[in-house]
Ligand binder design. Structure first.
Ligand code: NAP
Length: 273
């Protein structure tokens, strides 16, 4: 288990107790980190409930990652240096999830790209002066970046751009700042954002039956993998998208029927007992 005693982390994207950002913040806090949250203004009351009595929360500061001024204001309110930054933010207008991709407007496409992809550049660019040389950055992506998944539509290209930005930022900020930048491609997990994707529950059912582990991932699976990528144990890892999806992305087709697998484990004909 990673020990983050004395380490300071920034986590963007807490909207509720089901947010992956909150699960990640909790794991980092449990492991000794002092955590600063960046949250959207409209979630203040929920954030106040969440941070109550959490001694590992250092600060919670409003931040709209789609606005330069807001991100600059965020960093002006947090003092000292940080050892890690988590970007767990995504948004696309509701109609893009129900309309076919051919009806996506340039405006909606731009919003999805700015909030879900470019915002990573923005929080890293303005955050560089606040990050220690060995700091790690982790963002969250989804299989929709490289495969068509039901209802994801414009978020697919937005996540593809995000994964490409992870590589670009790793190449740009490694030599100058020693920064490591990685993504976790999480399997589906029930959250506020996920509830806006039509067919999400069917996807959960399908994956639970067909991943190599025959289950979905949990919030904690994603949080613990994020903790690993932020830790010195991952000092040699940068520019990568790591799948935390119970192995779903490794499959090229439906799982083999269970009886076939059982037969293979029985003694072959003629085997000597
Ligand atoms: P969530 O709890 O709804 O968190 C998404 C957060 O992004 C919300 O707080 C959301 O606020 C915030 N956000 C949107 N626009 C923002 C802005 N301009 N500035 C600051 N914050 C903004 O959902 P989640 O599932 O945990 O999502 C976290 C990340 O995990 C996302 O990148 C998502 O794509 C990724 N992910 C999720 C899953 C899954 O199955 N849940 C799987 C793979 C990857 P609003 O509600 O106001 O938009």
């Amino acid at each position: 288990m990673q020990d983050f005693t004395g380490r300071r982390m920034i986590v963007f994207g807490v909207a509720s107790d089901t947010s992956l950002a909150w699960a990640i913040a909790r794991v980092l806090g449990d492991r000794g980190a002092r955590v600063t949250l960046g949250y959207q203004k409209r979630f203040l009351s929920r954030v106040l409930q969440l941070v109550k009595d959490q001694t590992w929360i250092e600060q919670y500061v409003e931040c709209d990652v789609s606005q330069d001024d807001s991100v600059k204001a965020f960093y002006s309110k947090v003092s000292g240096k940080f050892d890690g930054l988590v970007h767990a933010v995504a948004f696309a207008p509701a109609e893009t999830f129900v309309n076919p991709i051919t009806e996506t407007t340039q405006e909606d496409f731009t919003v999805a790209m700015v909030v879900s992809s470019y915002s990573l550049v923005r929080v890293v660019k303005h955050g560089l002066a606040h990050l220690n040389p060995d700091a790690g950055v982790v963002t969250l992506t989804f299989l929709g970046a490289s495969r068509v998944t039901p209802g994801y539509h414009v978020m697919g290209p937005a996540k593809a751009a995000l994964e490409a930005l992870v590589r670009e930022l790793a190449a740009a900020c490694g030599p100058t700042h020693g920064l490591r930048v990685n993504a976790i491609s999480a399997g589906p997990v029930k959250t506020l954002a996920a509830s806006g994707v039509p067919g999400f529950d069917s996807l959960l059912d399908l994956m639970a039956k067909s991943t190599p582990l025959r289950r979905n991932v949990s919030h904690e699976d994603v949080a613990r993998a994020t903790s690993f990528l932020l830790s010195p144990d991952a000092a040699g890892i940068t520019g990568q998208t790591i799948y935390v999806d119970a192995g779903y992305s490794a499959m090229g087709g439906p799982p083999e029927p269970q009886p076939l697998l059982l037969e293979r484990h029985q003694d072959p004909p003629g085997a000597i007992a």
